[in-house]
Design a protein around this ligand. Structure first.
Ligand SMILES: [Zn+2]
Ligand SMILES: [Zn+2]
Length: 347
């Protein structure tokens, strides 16, 4: 009689897998399902995200990943989630990037992969196309990301948010100038700029949003001497999305919250995400996908993406939007999305 069941696809297992995660791919989206003892199984991840199609052309995502040593601890110690934070991030970054497989212009979508501890280090700038050529499976990409996090993080005993944010900002500026050659990336391209209407205290404003997103996450707090500073704050529209992995009352939460952009469409909602329980694994996946596709900014943007794919559950979106004080989703849809318009689900 099977002893284990996948939290995501409900496949049953007689023996647990070596890493505790579901191996039922492609039916079960890689990295999202893990094995629970059958007696205690509940399917709280049933509303899984489905890959989307991104039609936007040229774009850049800067993934600034905390590789500090504390990431080697269990991701959610009070739960049955079987991975460390390294593993959590590696699997979901890979899964998020992998869902761009159906994107049409993979050679024009760029991903800057960077890690940071006491200092940041840019690992690579590659097109999504190149990433798919280098890695045959999401597992292979996840292994490679985990390896980078564990082995290539400079001064991994420290967490220097400032220098990490500054490097992300510098790369973003280089993208807007159309020249990433200083970082080993392409040059001579024209970045895509999306005109967006933003409602704020000054009324309606027309602003341009470059097709670039920076995503920084940490499980710690800025622990070097200088005070937190945010280069993105002086931009007309910040494109910095932030996430905190850990307890909601940790000191680092407020720091990451303060760094996050305000969504141009759903403000005052911000691009901050708290990943404090296994139920948020799907959210983490969604953030990586949203940033990698240079798509939305905030959790309401994420919900709209989900709605396009799964129109069956609108009341869930509304309830959560109200709970967090965000603009109801329907009014958001009257404005063009800041970047692409997701079309029908791909194959
Ligand atoms: Zn599964
Ligand atoms: Zn939004």
């Amino acid at each position: 009689m099977p002893q284990y069941i996948c939290s995501q696809c409900s496949k049953e297992y007689d023996v647990i897998t070596t890493d505790g995660f579901c191996t039922n791919q492609p039916e079960c989206e890689f990295g999202t399902g893990w094995l629970r003892e059958k007696s205690s199984a509940k399917s709280d991840d049933a509303s899984g995200l489905t890959p989307l199609v991104f039609d936007n052309e040229a774009g850049l995502c800067i993934l600034m990943m905390d590789g500090s040593l504390s990431m080697n601890e269990p991701a959610f110690p009070d739960s049955d989630y079987p991975g460390t934070r390294y593993k959590l991030v590696a699997m979901n970054a890979a899964g998020g990037i992998w869902s761009l497989k159906s994107m049409t212009h993979q050679d024009n979508a760029w991903l800057a992969l960077a890690v940071f501890g006491g200092e940041p280090k840019l690992i690579s700038i590659q097109s999504v196309d190149e990433i798919f050529k280098e890695h045959a499976t999401a597992e292979s990409l996840a292994d490679s990301i985990q390896n980078i996090l564990e082995k290539e993080t400079p001064s991994a005993r420290f967490t220097n948010i400032n220098s990490a944010v500054q490097l992300a900002y510098d790369i973003k500026q280089a993208f807007i100038r159309g020249d990433l050659s200083a970082y080993g990336g392409p040059s001579g391209f024209k970045p895509v700029i999306h005109p967006v209407v933003r409602d704020d205290d000054d009324g309606e404003q027309f602003i341009d949003i470059p097709n670039v997103r920076a995503l920084i996450y940490t499980d710690g707090e800025h622990n070097v001497t200088s005070a937190i500073k945010n280069s993105f704050a002086s931009d007309e529209q910040s494109v910095l999305i932030t996430a905190f992995i850990g307890e909601k009352n940790a000191k680092g939460v407020g720091q990451m919250q303060g760094l996050a952009c305000t969504c141009p469409k759903h403000g005052p909602a911000t691009g901050f995400f708290l990943i404090d329980s296994p139920e948020r694994v799907q959210t983490l996946r969604g953030i990586f996908r949203m940033a990698s596709g240079a798509s939305g900014f905030c959790s309401a943007c994420l919900h709209i993406e989900q709605k396009v794919v799964e129109p069956a559950e609108p009341e869930v979106d509304m309830a959560e939007a109200e709970e967090t004080g965000e603009t109801p989703v329907e009014s958001a849809e009257t404005v063009d999305p800041p970047s692409d318009t997701p079309s029908a689900p791909g194959s």
